[in-house]
Design a protein around this ligand. Structure first.
Ligand code: SAM
Length: 220
């Protein structure tokens, strides 16, 4: 059975920000993404978008195709960041902005769910300015949902919040075991695709996100 992002939205929003693997990946990306206008392509509930908008001199466009994710992303617009965080509905494969709009883009664990990943990469290339960076992470081909789940349980126990998140954890387990990826690429395969689209790869991290994803930082 495949699971929908709509159903997952509220559980994702509660469970994800407390995991060490999401926090570590966010920090890593934040270190590479400079200032200016940043696209968070497939932002889900905008956890990373809000973080990026609140640190550094950035403005962030948080974009996702799923309205239920975006409802929760909009709730992250506050007095503090309202000038710097915009939330919009849009398709990574048809980005509703003109060429060379963004100084940088981030795309965390989205590509595997696109109907046409190559089109998604081409669109991100088009929307980024020359010299701008894309930080993109994807699940590794040997992705193990159980490793992620066990790490999340250990993080929640450590923080004393396991009991509060039991329902969300339950859904996270079902979702991660049941979600069927459309496309899974190895790190080397994605590096080649990015080069084919026109990017110049700068740096790759083979294991992030509790060792279950990789991260590529690449430049237009
Ligand atoms: C694992 S979540 C992404 C997590 C998010 N990047 C973060 O940092 O928390 C995958 C997201 O991709 C979105 N998505 C899937 N296909 C999409 C598309 N064609 N355009 C935009 N978003 C898409 C889903 O709605 C979902 O919110």
């Amino acid at each position: 059975m495949d699971y929908s992002w709509s159903e997952y939205a509220k559980h994702y929003d509660r469970a994800t920000p407390h995991t060490s693997f999401y926090i570590d990946l966010s920090r890593l990306i934040e270190n590479f993404i400079g200032c200016g206008l940043v696209l968070d392509a497939g932002c889900a509930t905008g956890i990373l978008s809000a973080r990026l908008a609140e640190s550094g001199r950035r403005r962030v466009v948080a974009m996702d195709a799923c309205e239920d994710m975006l409802v929760l992303a909009r709730q992250k617009i506050s007095e503090r960041n309202k000038e710097r965080l915009e939330v919009i509905r849009g398709d990574v494969q048809n980005i509703p902005f003109s060429d060379s709009t963004f100084d940088a883009a981030v795309c965390v664990n989205v590509l595997f769910d696109l109907e046409d990943p190559l089109l998604g990469l081409t669109e991100m290339y088009r929307a980024i300015k020359p010299g701008g960076l894309l930080a993109i992470s994807c699940p590794r081909p040997d992705f193990s949902p159980d490793v992620l789940i066990n790490q999340a349980i250990s993080d929640y126990k450590h923080k004393g919040i396991l009991d509060d998140l039991l329902d969300d954890l339950d859904y996270m387990i079902k979702f991660n075991r049941g979600k069927i990826p459309r496309q899974v690429y190895s790190l080397v395969e994605l590096e080649c695709m990015l080069e084919d689209v026109g990017f110049h790869n700068k740096m790759s991290f083979e294991r992030v996100y509790a060792d279950q994803s990789y991260l590529i930082v690449t430049e237009k």
